[in-house]
Design a protein around this ligand. Structure first.
Ligand code: NDP
Ligand code: HSE
Length: 578
């Protein structure tokens, strides 16, 4: 069974500028982590459509509608291509398609057309190649191939139209509010009262500029449910053939105070993304090794501290650890947990070597999230977590060190080992101590962690046998060459009648192997379940941005968890009359 599809529509209020791209990437990535495939429909950035429209109207007395349609659709095309670039940088496999490629045809009007048809099979095929496709909303094609627009706000209609054809599990229209808000008797928005369920009539009556009326009418005609929500939010409004229901919400929950450990390859990326999410996060301190060193211009010196105790005293609610190693990182993670803070860590070495932390990871403990510790942007722990809820996992096998895969590919192409290693370091892929990569130890830590979650018991690093790429021999290279095979560093673990068997080692793979074409810093994991299901996850396994997306996605998950807990506590207190 292929993974369910979700259609996400990013409106101009969500993508106001390039600064909002991380929020959109994270919303898409959140679905990938849940094992869904995503069709992302985008509107033009911010006021782009209005700017294009007014420039055409200022320059020309009666702009020709066909040329106007051609001009206006460039806004959505620009946004779709830019989101595609942002996903690529974050290591989230995606393709950008346009209305022509998906065969989206419309009625014969240039500026306010009705969508008629699209190539459902084509989109399904594309979603077999990558779990995400990005499509510019608002436009389609006339019979003669010329562009036609679906009316102002028409990206909502594109999203609902595609969702219906694809039988998507969900269509979520992302806006800059929590959902459809109640309008009081004076016609003012009541920011504390959300429609948790809204009828189509409610949407038409109070949806105003939030949703395109034509899109709501389309949904009503086809009895199609959809959601209106904020990026990173939980729930929002479910719209459909429902009886109206309201829910009291905290209108503007304050940002989560974050203490960040480390400001290197990963830490600086995380800091920059958190700064682009000011409603959700506030960085209140950053621990570095050398707080006197000149930093990048966007890092305020006032935030820098040089001891774990100083960072733990900044009263953060969430500690993010991107230091590495088992010294200061251990003091920070364990100190934060002892103080009741939520923790996000990218440090597989620490998590695998500390039995209590490894146990927390194996049990999917929400107070310690560690997605970035394995696979960069590849949702390794999440996929395993979802599968184990359904059935037992029998075996895992994969390429889980980007540096080694990158070096092996370059060595295969004729580059000397040392030069390939230097290149991996320059790209920010390697560990601070690259011996951890090439000796195979980094893979051992990751395999111990992921096997612990897969098999529901702590697998210690001593249980994993290890061979690194530093043990590659001319003989092995020759054998691979002779057999047209690829040498890969493969991590594998499986259940046996004697317990769990786990090893990291060099293997020659043939062209039929699912791991054969995993290239450069990509990672790939194949999971086999008791019911003989084979699940493959892919993506970029190392580097600043693929790791940042995993860390910040964890931070956002942690925030949602904390907000849900605090609202549940408040409800209990209210119920107890306190
Ligand atoms: P870097 O070496 O680039 O950055 C480490 C940061 O931690 C630096 O800012 C450094 O300070 C600070 N630091 C180091 N030691 C201490 C200390 N004793 N006290 C306080 N601060 C300290 O590492 P990366 O960003 O590459 O990696 C960080 C973590 O993320 C590691 O656990 C790594 O395994 C993991 N990871 C890395 C990935 C990658 O692709 N690079 C991918 C996935 C996980 P200063 O700036 O002063 O030197
Ligand atoms: N050095 C690690 C790698 C970083 O190359 O895979 C990602 O965990």
């Amino acid at each position: 069974m292929p993974n369910p599809i979700v259609v996400l529509k990013f409106g101009s209020s969500v993508l106001e500028s390039h600064n909002d791209l991380p929020a959109a990437v994270l919303e898409i990535y959140r679905e990938i982590r849940r094992g869904r495939r995503v069709v992302a429909v985008v509107s033009a950035f911010g006021e782009r459509t209005d700017e294009l429209l007014s420039s055409a109207r200022n320059l020309f007395e009666k702009p020709d509608p066909s040329c106007l349609a051609r001009l206006l659709e460039t806004g959505e095309a620009e946004a779709a291509a830019t989101l595609g670039l942002a996903l690529d940088q974050a290591g989230v496999p995606a393709q950008v398609l346009d209305a022509g490629q998906i065969g989206l045809t419309t009625s014969e009007e240039f500026l306010d057309a009705e969508p008629l048809d699209f190539d459902i099979v084509r989109i399904h095929q594309k979603l077999l190649d990558t779990p995400v496709v990005v499509i510019p909303g608002f436009s389609g094609k006339l019979k003669n191939g010329a562009p036609a627009l679906l009316g102002r706000g028409g990206s909502d209609l594109t999203a609902l139209f595609l969702s219906r054809g694809l039988r998507a599990a969900e269509c979520r229209l992302l806006k800059d509010v929590e959902g459809l808000l109640h309008v009081d008797s004076n016609g003012q928005l009541d920011h504390q009262t959300l429609y948790s369920r809204a009828s189509y009539e409610d949407c038409l009556r109070v949806g105003g500029p939030l949703i395109q009326p034509k899109a709501v009418e389309f949904a009503a005609r086809h009895n199609l449910r959809f959601r209106i929500a904020r990026c990173g939010g939980s729930g929002g409004t479910q719209a459909g053939n429902f009886e109206t229901r309201f829910e009291t919400i905290e209108p503007n929950p304050r940002p989560t105070k974050v203490a960040l450990g480390g400001l290197g390859t990963v830490g600086l990326g995380v800091f920059r993304w958190l700064k682009k999410l000011p409603l959700e996060f506030e960085v209140v301190g950053i621990l570095v090794n050398d707080s006197q060193r000149q930093r990048e211009v966007d890092v305020p010196a006032s935030l820098l501290v040089s001891s774990v105790d100083e960072l733990l005293s900044v009263n953060a609610e969430l500690v993010i650890e991107t230091i590495g190693g088992t010294g200061a990182a251990s003091d920070l993670v364990n100190g934060a947990r002892a103080a009741g803070c939520q923790v996000v860590s990218a440090n597989k070495q620490l998590l695998a070597l500390d039995p209590q932390l490894c146990q927390a990871v194996s049990q999917s403990d929400e107070s310690l999230l560690a997605a970035a510790s394995i696979g960069g942007s590849v949702p390794v722990l999440e996929t395993i977590g979802t599968l184990t809820q359904r059935e037992n996992i029998m075996a895992v096998r994969g390429i889980i060190n980007g540096t080694c895969n990158f070096i092996l590919d370059h060595v295969n192409a004729g580059l000397p080992f040392e030069e390939a290693l230097q290149l991996a370091q320059d790209e920010g892929l390697a560990e601070a101590d690259p011996h951890l990569d090439i000796s195979g130890l980094d893979c051992v830590y990751k395999l111990a962690l992921l096997a612990s979650r897969a098999f529901g018991e702590v697998i210690s690093v001593d249980q994993v046998s290890c061979q690194g790429i530093d043990q590659i021999t001319d003989e092995l290279l020759h054998q691979a060459y002779e057999s047209d095979g690829q040498i890969k560093l493969v991590a594998r673990a499986r259940r046996t009648s004697d317990g769990i068997e786990a090893r990291v080692g060099l293997e020659i793979l043939d062209a039929h192997d699912l791991l054969f074409d995993c290239q450069l810093e990509a990672n790939r994991l194949v999971v086999e379940t008791e019911g003989h299901q084979q699940v493959v996850v892919n993506g970029t396994g190392a580097g600043r941005w693929p790791t940042t997306v995993a860390v910040v996605a964890d931070a956002w998950q942690s925030r949602r968890f904390a907000l849900k807990n605090s609202s549940q506590q408040e409800n209990h207190l209210k119920a107890a009359g306190m």
